[in-house]
Design a protein around this ligand. Structure first.
Ligand SMILES: Cc1cc2nc3c(=O)[nH]c(=O)nc-3n(C[C@H](O)[C@H](O)[C@H](O)COP(=O)(O)O)c2cc1C
Length: 205
């Protein structure tokens, strides 16, 4: 084989390997302000992510989305069925996202949509997998109009040795009716206001 072809093949292989590894990683978005704050969230249609972004813009810290080894179905009805089954059987889906440096954080914001009027199974898995004892845990939620359900109470019961603070619950999308990301434009301004007031009450400036 000609020398240049050999090098071309090797560099193609190396860059393919790089892509695969990249796709196995979940990106942490870091800021320089408040490195002891972590913002973890689950978001399917990006409403909870919009709130996570606002929190990070106000308080800083690192932000990471929890992703699953086997992603949920894209189809809404199949997704609802699967979550319902997981809740009934108390199945905890495996997380692809790994947080290696949990010791670095003393405050963990935990964001989630209401699913089946409960804390989403990936978040239940998160609390089983990571020891947050002694940390300040601050939950936030978006929902389709029915509120947080048992979500905040479940955070407290799964994180007994944590200092769980008052959460915020915000109306988000209605995927069932085709309304996906609604926290944008004028409504995002209103949500940002509510989020900042809540953060102030929690003692952040
Ligand atoms: C599987 C599933 C179950 C849901 N169950 C509820 C529910 O019980 N109550 C509710 O108010 N909203 C429910 N929703 C709507 C979401 O909570 C709402 O659209 C939320 O804003 C989505 O957040 P996201 O954009 O971060 O994914 C459900 C959505 C999904 C996908």
């Amino acid at each position: 084989m000609k020398k240049w072809r050999f090098f071309l093949l090797i560099s193609l292989w190396v860059s393919l390997l790089g892509c695969t590894q990249q796709s196995n990683l979940t990106m942490t978005e870091t800021t320089t302000k408040n490195p002891s704050i972590l913002i973890v969230y689950v978001s399917r249609t990006q409403n909870t992510k919009a709130v996570a972004d606002m929190i990070q813009q106000s308080v800083g810290g690192d932000k990471i989305a929890l992703e699953l080894v086997v992603p949920y179905p894209k189809d809404y009805e199949r997704m609802v069925d699967q979550v319902h089954r997981e809740n009934e059987t108390q199945a905890l889906p495996a997380l692809k996202t790994k947080i290696e440096n949990m010791d670095q954080y003393d405050t963990v914001f935990v964001g989630f949509p209401t699913w089946d009027m409960q804390l989403p199974p990936p978040l239940k898995r998160f609390f089983h997998q990571y020891d947050l004892a002694g940390k300040k845990v601050i939950p936030f939620n978006t929902h389709a109009g029915y509120g947080v359900g048992s979500g905040f109470d479940t955070v407290k019961s799964l994180c007994k040795d944590c200092d769980v603070r008052r959460g915020i619950s915000i109306e988000g999308g209605k995927e069932k009716q085709g309304r996906l990301l609604v926290i944008q434009k004028d409504y995002a301004k209103q949500v940002r206001n509510d989020v900042n007031q809540w953060l102030q009450r929690l003692g952040f400036d």
